[in-house]
Structures are given as structure tokens and as C-alpha cells.
Design a protein around this ligand. Structure first.
Ligand SMILES: Cc1cc2nc3c(=O)[nH]c(=O)nc-3n(C[C@H](O)[C@H](O)[C@H](O)COP(=O)(O)O)c2cc1C
Length: 340
């Protein structure tokens, strides 16, 4: 029987438990230079001390105008490597493995003077009008993902997560609502994502797993559903994705059409569907803060890993407390044993 505290191995990534801190933007870069600060160091290392098996550093962008805000992390320059390496090394010393989410916000880049997108369609009436990327520029974006991944490997990350969810650039390319191109990147909606996967893999050691976060369902009128996401996820799996991190939405104003569930475990059925249809490991996320529930997701084999976002913002020691509640063995830092 597997549970939340069973170790997990995928390729050469060995985790001490099934608990993941998912990527969560901190908007805490000081100088608009994309370089991690002391805030990032303390924030991530606290969760390593707090017992998370895997920590995925927030959305980190491949170019300055690929950020949601100018206060987001970047990996477009070698100068951004050392501050990330310092975080990775410290998390390792407390027993956590570390990934990073590599991204481009596309039309959702709020501080870009003119955001770029597959097609010139704004997110909503309050958003900036994006400019269509030329075919040449699309190819350049793939190269930017490649060099960002190469820098992440240099920084010592254990795994890479490609951000293909939440209405950001890769999602914009594979969604028929936002990609109206007539070049090869419009005729084949997953081409951009697949090229990024190939580029990422070309920079990663062969035994390092590649994760991809997708929105398995859109919530706007005419948006895609689980059948379409199973189909495009298969393309990404063939291109080299080793595990999917299953989220949903982000393509349009919330509740424009349908709305994401607000109940516990609302995205687990989507994760389970992708896992079964593709026979691939998945990570489930979304309102799994109750340790009994998170444990059941693993025990019932609905997902291989569970991510706890807002629960870990409230409590960096979520994993240690979950072990106490579930009466499972886990290593408590010796300085804290009297607290448990
Ligand atoms: C403050 C904050 C920032 C977030 N930033 C990101 C991000 O950078 N990348 C991403 O894929 N999801 C991001 N998310 C979504 C979380 O990773 C997670 O999927 C979501 O919060 C649902 O999980 P939860 O119910 O456990 O919080 C963010 C969520 C929060 C609360």
C-alpha cells in the first residue's frame, strides 16, 4: 500500500515522500532583474525544513517581457543562476529535491509594453492588446526555453517543469481559442509545445525527468475539455514528457463559462483521467490541504504525487504536521523534535 510518505522514484529523481510544493509566484524580485532574493531563499528553504519531498520553484520566465510582472523570476541570463543555485543547495541539505517551472506569460505579461501571443487576441477588455509572433520569433522563443533550461541544469535542479497551463504562452498555442495562426504553429497546435519539450530534453541529462503542467480543462465558452486535453497530452508524452502536473483553467476571466470547482480535490478527477488514458505518472493539485484526503489520493492511486499550494503558504511545516496527524514516520529536524 502506498501512502503520502512512501518514497517515490521517477528516472533518477528520488523523493522521500509524495508531497510537493507547487510553483507559486512570489512577485518578490527587487530590481526587476529576475534574480532570486533573500525572500525566495527563506521561502523555499523553509519548506525544505518543513519536510516537502519536492519543491518546484515558481514560474521563472525565459525573457523579461515573458513575465506576468517585472517582479517575477527569470532565467534569461547567466547572472540569474547563482541565487537559484544557493536555494537548490540549501534545500538539498535539508532532504528536499528541487524543480523549477520554466515559462513565458505570452499575452498575460502585464508589464510588457506590448505582450506577444500566437494571435493578436487580448485576454479580456482590461488587458493589453498582444502582438502576433512571427514564425521566426516563435522559433526564437523555443531557443529561449532551451537556454533557460540549460541554465536551470547548471543551477543544479533535479527536475524541470514546463509551464503549459493557466493560459500562458504554451497553453495559448495549443488552445484553438487563442491560436488562429495559419503557419505550421497554427496548423499543428501542439507543435510549439513539442519543440520546447525537445529543446528542454536536449539540455537535460538523460535520466532527469521532465514534468509538464497543463490545464486539463478550460472554463470559457467553447473551451476544450478532458477529451481534447488527453489528445494533446499524448502528443506531449510522445515528445518526451515523463510526468504531468494536472491543473485547469486560466485561459479567460474566471467563471466566464462554467467555473472551477471550489470543493476539496476538485482537479483530482482530471489527474486520474490523464493518468489512466496515457498510463503516465501524474501530480494532482488543488485544495488537498487535508492530510487524510491527500493521503487517500495516493492510496487510491488517483495520482502519484500531490501538491499543496496555499496550504504550504499558511504552514511551511505542512508535511511534518501531516506525518503527525497520519501517524507516519518522517524525519523531524533535530532542533524541532520537541515541537512534535
Ligand atoms: C500565490 C500563488 C501563486 C501561484 N503561482 C503559480 C505559478 O507560478 N505557476 C503555476 O503553475 N501555478 C501557480 N499557482 C497555482 C498553484 O501552483 C496551485 O496549482 C493552486 O494554488 C491550487 O492548489 P492549492 O489549492 O493547493 O493552493 C499559484 C497559486 C498561488 C496561491
Amino acid at each position: 500500500m502506498k501512502d503520502l510518505f512512501s518514497p517515490y522514484k521517477i528516472k533518477n529523481l528520488e523523493l522521500k515522500n509524495r508531497i510537493v510544493m507547487p510553483p507559486m509566484c512570489q512577485y518578490s524580485v527587487d530590481q526587476k532583474d529576475g534574480i532570486a532574493t533573500d525572500w525566495h531563499y527563506l521561502h523555499y528553504v523553509s519548506r525544505a525544513i518543513g519536510g516537502a519531498g519536492l519543491i518546484i520553484i515558481e514560474m521563472t520566465d525565459v525573457e523579461p517581457d515573458g513575465r506576468i510582472s517585472d517582479f517575477d523570476l527569470g532565467l534569461w541570463s547567466d547572472e540569474q543562476i547563482p541565487a537559484l543555485k544557493r536555494i537548490v543547495d540549501a534545500c538539498h541539505s535539508y532532504g528536499a529535491k528541487v524543480g523549477i517551472q520554466i515559462a513565458h506569460a505570452g499575452r498575460k505579461a502585464e508589464d510588457a509594453e506590448v505582450p506577444v501571443a500566437p494571435s493578436a487576441i487580448a485576454f479580456d477588455e482590461n488587458s493589453k492588446q498582444p502582438r502576433t509572433l512571427t514564425t521566426e520569433e516563435v522559433k526564437e522563443q523555443v531557443e529561449k526555453f532551451r537556454t533557460a533550461v540549460a541554465r536551470a541544469v547548471k543551477a543544479g535542479f533535479d527536475t524541470i517543469e514546463i509551464h503549459g497551463a493557466h493560459g500562458y504562452l504554451i497553453h495559448q498555442f495549443h488552445s484553438p481559442l487563442t491560436n488562429k495562426r495559419d503557419d505550421e504553429y497554427g496548423k499543428d497546435l501542439t507543435r510549439f509545445g513539442r519543440e520546447i519539450i525537445h529543446a528542454a530534453k536536449s539540455e537535460m541529462p538523460e535520466d532527469m525527468p521532465l514534468l509538464m503542467r497543463i490545464s486539463a480543462k478550460e472554463y470559457v465558452e467553447g473551451g476544450y475539455g478532458i477529451h481534447e486535453s488527453i489528445a494533446f497530452a499524448k502528443d506531449y508524452q510522445k515528445a518526451g514528457v515523463d510526468m504531468f502536473d494536472i491543473s485547469s483553467g486560466g485561459e479567460g476571466p474566471i467563471a466566464a463559462w462554467g467555473r472551477p470547482g471550489t470543493h476539496a480535490a476538485y482537479q483530482v478527477p482530471l489527474a486520474k483521467d490523464i493518468k489512466q488514458a496515457l498510463d503516465i505518472p501524474v501530480m494532482a493539485v488543488g485544495r488537498l490541504d487535508d492530510p487524510t484526503l491527500a493521503n487517500a489520493v495516493i492510496g487510491n492511486e488517483d495520482a502519484d504525487l500531490v501538491a499543496i499550494g496555499r496550504g504550504m503558504l499558511r504552514n511551511p511545516y505542512w508535511a511534518l504536521e501531516a506525518a503527525t496527524n497520519l501517524r507516519k514516520e518522517t524525519e523531524i529536524p533535530k532542533q524541532y523534535t520537541t515541537g512534535f
